[in-house]
Write a protein that binds this ligand. Structure first.
Ligand code: C5P
Length: 219
């Protein structure tokens, strides 16, 4: 129907940071709050979708009858969860700030302070979105890019490499955009066009993104 344009659609969303364990008490993480991904999840449910939200560690909750919230900690756990739901999904939105590297070895006891320096060897994590991009059949695949330089060029490379339908670019250079803030300023990049949006509350940004997805699904 008109006011429930996502009725009958299954949407899988990743949100938040990931934590990569160093030892039992320490981890490598990032400043992602999860707000953008949660806003998309809530708005998608309000538009009629059945939503599965796979979230890294955040302070947020989401109580809606059409949202199943799955909490994970590491990139690997997020990867396993995303894979297990992907086949049965219409749209995947990768809004999580996933770690690119994790400690190669996790110490089983707390690492003691000793020398003046300490090196950690890191190894690549799975790229969830790129791997779903290889598996994709009819699913629409949406990614995010947060860049500090050569933003558009880097976003375009990711769009292509990860086999996405569009990528949402948010720049750290824009005031009030990105991590932790209540607002965001985005551009949506398609293989053949680009749309720029104004700075606005994340709830409204979520609606802009979902409207693009509704167009894709109806095309
Ligand atoms: O880290 P990167 O800038 O490549 O992230 C771009 C997109 O890929 C984001 O949508 C992010 O959620 C996703 N991603 C992912 N798994 C990773 C790294 C990034 O799904 N390991």
């Amino acid at each position: 129907s008109e006011d429930l344009p996502l009725k009958g659609k299954k949407i899988l969303i990743t949100a938040g940071p990931t934590y990569e364990a160093i030892d039992p008490v320490r981890f490598i993480g990032n400043h992602s709050s999860g707000k953008m991904g949660y806003a998309i999840a809530r708005t998608a449910a309000e538009l009629g979708a059945e939503v599965i939200l796979i979230s890294g560690p955040t302070n947020l909750g989401l109580d809606h009858k059409s949202v199943e919230l799955i909490r994970v900690t590491s990139t690997h756990e997020m990867f396993v969860a995303a894979n297990s739901y992907f086949e049965d999904t219409d749209v995947f939105i990768g809004a999580a700030a996933v770690a690119d590297y994790r400690p190669k070895f996790v110490a089983d006891k707390k690492i003691k302070k000793s020398g003046d320096s300490l090196s950690l060897e890191l190894t690549k994590t799975e790229d969830i979105l790129a791997s779903l991009g290889e598996m994709k059949r009819n699913q629409k695949l949406i990614g995010f890019a947060l860049e500090t330089n050569n933003e558009e060029e880097n976003a375009r490379k990711k769009l292509k490499r990860k086999n996405l339908d569009f990528i949402v670019l948010n720049s750290l250079q824009d005031k009030g955009a990105g991590f932790k803030s209540e607002t965001n300023k985005i551009s949506i990049i398609y293989p053949d066009k680009k749309k720029d949006f104004d700075l606005k509350p994340k709830k409204e940004v979520a609606l802009d993104i979902l409207n693009e997805i509704i167009e894709l699904l109806n095309a």
